[in-house]
Unconditional design. Structure first.
Length: 215
């Protein structure tokens, strides 16, 4: 199937787990389990295909600069990155969730400048600017749910799946910003120079996704 080297960037956890069956369908199987190995470059059964295991928010950067040809990244991460130099080839329909404003039930009633804690600073800024709402952004890197509980912020912007984490902390999803799923991305150079190989891969994945298969 492939006659050129292809490096695919992925993140551990949810995205890797959900991407595995898709890769298996196109004949790609990693030689190591990223949850147990300390290797960051994984060989696959295919001599020309390697996987890079990265932090989710770094996937677009590795692909943008050509350290990886392709990658799988959440739309939330792509919005924050800005997508420069990247093409979204496919919506893989995996790791689905929603980007939301969340907080205590009465958080939005607060008048004046809203304190918003998030790692999604670009998305939060754009969303509240569209709403015409003045905010103070507080950049965090994790455990955003804690911020309203200790009065660091009035609300948070975070991805929500079941909403269980919010509810366990007395918070609620309040406003929907965007539906999120993982996308297959490629950089401009790979798209041009490895077009045939990539187009073949995309065609097979697209057929699989549209056959109604559950990834
Ligand atoms: P849940 O309790 O099911 O709403 O999950 C919320 C927690 O899981 C939050 O801390 C999120 O940051 C994380 N999360 C949920 N869905 C995703 C996703 N698709 N990608 C990355 N993180 C997610």
């Amino acid at each position: 199937m492939v006659n050129q080297n292809i490096i695919i960037a992925l993140s551990k956890g949810r995205i890797f787990k959900d991407t595995l069956p898709l890769l298996a369908h196109v004949g790609i199987t990693p030689q190591d389990d990223p949850e147990t190995t300390r290797k960051l470059i994984l060989d696959t059964n295919h001599p020309h295909i390697k996987l890079l295991i990265l932090r989710a928010s770094d996937v677009p950067t590795y692909v943008q600069y050509g350290a990886a040809d392709m990658g799988v990244a959440g739309k939330d991460v792509l919005i924050e990155h800005g997508g420069e130099g990247l093409f979204e080839l496919l919506d893989l329909n995996i790791a689905r969730c929603r980007l939301m404003v969340a907080g205590r039930p009465d958080a939005m009633l607060q008048t004046g400048r809203l304190r918003v804690a998030t790692k999604y600073t670009h998305s939060a800024e754009c969303y509240f600017a569209e709403q015409g709402r003045q905010i103070e952004l507080i950049k965090l890197y994790g455990s955003m749910e804690l911020a309203p509980l200790v009065d660091l912020a009035d609300c948070i912007v975070d991805v929500v799946d079941t909403g269980n984490t919010l509810r366990a902390n007395g918070l609620e999803p309040l406003l929907h910003i965007a539906d999120i799923s993982s996308r297959l991305i490629v950089n401009r150079a790979a798209q041009k120079l490895k077009h045939r190989v990539i187009a073949d891969l995309v065609k097979q994945l697209d057929a699989y996704l549209h056959a109604g298969a559950t990834p």
